[in-house]
Design a protein around this ligand. Structure first.
Ligand code: SAM
Length: 249
């Protein structure tokens, strides 16, 4: 299974078990992946299901559903204050590889970047490419940027199966690893029905008001260790810790 090449496909392209390939997809399969008519690949549907597919002229036949076990079993969301420059491109790529399901870019009080209109399409495309590269079956959803205060206002009150953490490099914050071990492990079992949201601040950090509003919205402050990480390093560190807690034997 692992040696099969992968291609993302949207459900609207499928009719009667055949995928109508776009010109771009045909080019990718034949010129980049060097597949020929009759060769098989893995079609990753936007519904999260993967199918064994066989390439034909301009189309691909869906042969049988496949089980792909590369997804983290719980719902992981990254809320991130948009970093400067093109740093967010790297963040999207890295956290996709690490298993995030939803990315919410926010403008907090100290956010410097004001995103241009066409950025969102670019971020979603990067998430798609990283999904293929990391052999995931589900592409994370990158949401439109939103003010952090509005994001908090629109959040529903936390439920018992909803864990919210905001990363804050203060000495008295508990390490994310310890906090997750406490919150996730009931006995020896990890509760996989839980949703986890992790918020990362901007280069200048969260303001005191943002901290207190986050706490009111059910976020618990956590540390990522004794060193202060760059705003574009912290998301990958946080996601890697979540993955390690869930997947380590
Ligand atoms: N001087 C800023 C401050 O006081 O928060 C540093 C901000 S840091 C460059 C950017 C973001 O990464 C922070 O807002 C925080 O969310 C996260 N971060 C970086 N290092 C961290 C650490 N050791 N523990 C928890 N969060 C950290």
């Amino acid at each position: 299974m692992r040696q099969l090449q992968r291609l993302r496909v949207v459900t609207q392209q499928i009719q009667d078990q055949f995928v109508t390939l776009t010109t771009e997809q045909q080019h990718y399969l034949s010129r980049v992946l060097r597949l020929r008519s009759g060769d098989r690949f893995l079609a990753l549907l936007d519904s999260g299901v993967a199918w064994l597919a066989q390439l034909e002229e301009g189309t691909a036949e869906l042969l049988e559903p496949q089980s792909v076990k590369s997804e983290l079993p719980l719902d992981l969301t990254l809320v991130i204050s948009l970093p400067k420059g093109s740093g967010f491109d790297d963040v999207v790529r890295q956290v996709t590889e690490l298993g995030v399901r939803r990315i919410v870019p926010v403008m907090s009080d100290r956010t410097v970047l004001k995103p241009s209109v066409n950025r969102h399409d670019r971020w979603q495309r990067i998430a798609g490419e990283a999904t293929e590269q990391s052999e995931r079956s589900q592409t994370p959803m990158v949401e439109e940027p939103i003010d952090f205060s509005r994001y908090l206002n629109e959040l529903e009150p936390p439920k018992s199966d909803d864990l919210r953490y905001f990363c804050w490099g203060r000495e008295d914050s508990v390490h994310l690893l310890s906090q997750l071990q406490t919150d996730l492990l009931a006995g020896d079992q990890i509760d996989m029905s839980i949703g986890i949201t992790i918020a990362i601040g901007p280069e200048g950090g969260w303001t005191d008001e943002e901290v207190s509003r986050s706490v009111k919205a059910g976020f618990v402050s956590v540390s990522l260790g004794k060193r202060i990480l760059r705003a574009i390093t912290a998301p990958a560190a946080a996601m890697a810790i979540v993955g390690a807690v869930i997947e380590a034997d």
